[in-house]
Design a protein around this ligand. Structure first.
Ligand SMILES: [Zn+2]
Length: 337
């Protein structure tokens, strides 16, 4: 098998055109294992872990190859910083049983001065960790080269504990959003669709060769000079108004425009791309071919795994007949619901 990325003769592997982690159900066996693995961890992961998409995976319960989908409240959990005079850190966890977030104060020891001028070591723990205070005191003493306290002395220290209740604390958390390789991920989907839809001869298209080289390069900017829109679905006009946004559908279609072939891809209602995949449309659509390549359309439901593959002409027919009957555009792909 000739791999569509490295062009080497190697055994095939199962490649999901739209990553499995986001419910992609369209596959090809024309990608070798090394390319599948390398592009999967660098390029596909950039898309499936892109924050808005990761959150959607959690909402839709898409586990992909992993045991569990991202947690629904993953964004709100983790260690956060307490803002204000008190300072300190909290660990936020989500309790599935109660459907509530739990805030747990992390143990903190600081130097302080009492009102009468005495230098002390102040220990703050979550009220639920009260029984751990004696261990913490002796650990702090050891760290500062002091002998451990006896049980009696510890009891005296514990009796000095005061409870401070924080109502609705303000917390600060860091959220990381990475855009690196998102362009690669969307171009990769368009390139694979171009191969599936335009056929084997697409591999010899000069733009195909340039695209696969750039997609495989580890440089973040390797696709910057290639024509195409990649960005939020709301900013992409290629799907409006005919295909309304849908939270669990992926759509893609091919188009011929002024001698070029472009492929439009929409991932959920979140991210989209319109990629120029060939500047030589006559290779595929010159009309002289006994079996001319058709323009294609595909829709996938990420949750059910159902997909609809058809020609672009048939999809336009479906939209037009729905419009004529109801004066509304079809709600994206009802057959998949
Ligand atoms: Zn390969």
């Amino acid at each position: 098998m000739r791999c569509i990325f490295c062009s080497k003769e190697r055994p095939p592997s199962l490649e999901h055109v739209v990553p499995l982690a986001i419910g992609g159900s369209l596959t090809t066996d024309r990608v070798c294992e090394p390319c599948n693995s390398e592009l999967g961890s660098r390029v596909d992961l950039a898309l499936t872990d892109y924050l808005p998409i990761r959150v959607r995976r959690g909402e839709l319960g898409l586990a992909g190859n992993s045991r569990k989908p991202p947690g629904r409240f993953e964004l709100l959990t983790g260690d956060v910083e307490l803002v204000g005079e008190a300072g300190g850190r909290l660990r936020v966890t989500y309790d599935e049983a109660t459907n509530k977030l739990d805030l747990h104060r992390l143990y903190q020891a600081t130097d302080a001065i009492t009102p009468d001028g005495q230098k002390i070591r102040q220990i703050v723990v979550d009220a639920r960790d009260k029984e751990k205070v004696t261990v913490i005191i002796n650990r702090e003493r050891k760290r500062h080269g002091m002998p451990p306290l006896s049980d009696e002395e510890l009891a005296i220290e514990v009796s000095k504990l005061s409870v401070n209740t924080l109502v609705n604390p303000t917390v600060r958390m860091n959220i990381c959003v990475s855009y690196a390789y998102l362009r690669h991920a969307m171009f990769k989907i368009a390139y694979e669709l171009a191969f599936l839809w335009l056929g084997e001869s697409y591999l010899d298209d000069p733009l195909a060769a340039a695209l696969r080289t750039a997609i495989c390069k580890p440089e973040v900017g390797s696709l910057d000079s290639f024509h195409g829109f990649v960005g939020p679905a709301a900013d992409c006009e290629a799907f409006s108004p005919f295909w309304k946004p849908h939270q669990s559908h992926h759509l893609a279609y091919s188009q011929e425009k002024a001698g070029n072939v472009v492929i439009a891809v929409r991932i959920f209602d979140l991210y989209a791309a319109v990629v120029l995949v060939s500047t030589d449309a006559a290779r595929y659509f010159d009309g002289s071919n006994a079996h001319p390549t058709e323009l294609r359309f595909v829709a996938m439901d990420a949750v059910s795994g159902n997909k609809m593959e058809t020609t672009f002409a048939e999809e336009v027919h479906r939209i037009v007949t729905t419009w004529q009957a109801t004066r509304t555009f079809p709600s994206p792909v009802p057959d998949l619901l």
